[in-house]
Write a protein that binds this ligand. Sequence first.
Ligand SMILES: NC(=O)c1ccc[n+]([C@@H]2O[C@H](COP(=O)([O-])OP(=O)(O)OC[C@H]3O[C@@H](n4cnc5c(N)ncnc54)[C@H](OP(=O)(O)O)[C@@H]3O)[C@@H](O)[C@H]2O)c1
Length: 260
Amino acid sequence: MRFQHPDRRPAVVTGASSGIGAAAALALAAAGCPIALGARRVDRCAEVAERIRAAGGEAVVHALDVTDPDSVKAFAEQSTRSLGDIEVVVSNAGGLAVGAVHEVDTDEFGREIDVNLMGAHRLVRAFVPAMVGRRRGDIVFVSSDVARRARPFTSAYTASKWGLEGMAHAMQMELEGTGVRASIVRPGPTRSEMGTGFSAEEFEFLIAKWQVWGHARHPRALRASAIADAIVSVVSAPRGVHLNAVEISPEASVVDPEEP
Ligand SMILES: NC(=O)c1ccc[n+]([C@@H]2O[C@H](COP(=O)([O-])OP(=O)(O)OC[C@H]3O[C@@H](n4cnc5c(N)ncnc54)[C@H](OP(=O)(O)O)[C@@H]3O)[C@@H](O)[C@H]2O)c1
C-alpha cells in the first residue's frame, strides 16, 4: 500500500487535452496536486503534462474515452496506481453540436448526452465509492450557463447540462455527511476549442439566434484559466465549507460615461 500524506491530493481531469481541462490540470498542479490527465488525444495531454513537469509538478497521462465504460474503469485503475488514492475528480470532458430539436437525429442527440452526462456518471461510479469509503474527496462537474438558461439550437447540449446539474444536486444531498463534496462549476462563454469545428455560417446563425433570446449580449469571452481558477477555489475550500456551485461570466467592456 502506498503511504499518502494528508496534504497530497492526487487529482484527475477529464478532457485535459485542450481548453478548460488543460487549464484546470495546469492550475491544480500549480496548487500542488499530482495530476492524471485523461482524454482521447493523449499526445495533446502529454504536452500539458510536460508543461506541468517543467514547472516542477507531477503529472501522468492515461488514455480516456468517457463514452466507453472499460476505458473509464481502466483510467481510474491506472490513475490510482500512478498517483495513489484520488482525492479530486474534475469531470470536464464535453462536446457541443448545432441543431433544432425536431431536426436532430435521435442517435446524434444521444451521443452528446453520452459524453456530457453519461460520461460524468461513469466517472462518479469509478471514483466516488472509494472516496465515500475514505470519507474525503471532491468531484467537480464542469457544467455550463445553459443549465440556468437554455440556448436554442444546442438542444442536446442544453439537455445534457440540465441533466448533469440535476444529478449533481441530488448527489449533494446523498453525500451530505460523508465528507465527499460534489460541486458545480458553471462557465459562461470561454475561449477553447469548443465550436471551432463550426462553419462561419453555423456560427453566425447561432449567435443571431442566441441574441434574440438574450444570450451573447456582448462579444467578450473568458480565458480557460478563469474557469481553472474557480475549480481550484472550489476544491481548496477548507473541510466544512462547500462551494456548491460557482458560475463565472465574462465581464462586459467598461463603459466610459465621458465618451460621446
Ligand atoms: N467553451 C465554453 O464556452 C464553455 C462554456 C460552458 C461550459 N463549457 C464546458 O467546458 C468543458 C470543456 O470544454 P472546452 O470549452 O474546454 O472545450 P474543448 O477545448 O473542446 O475541450 C473539450 C475536451 O473534452 C474532451 N472530450 C470530448 N469527448 C471526449 C470523450 N469521449 N472522452 C474523453 N474526453 C473527451 C476533449 O478531448 P479529446 O477530444 O482529446 O478526447 C477535450 O479535451 C465542457 O464540459 C463544456 O461543456 C465550455
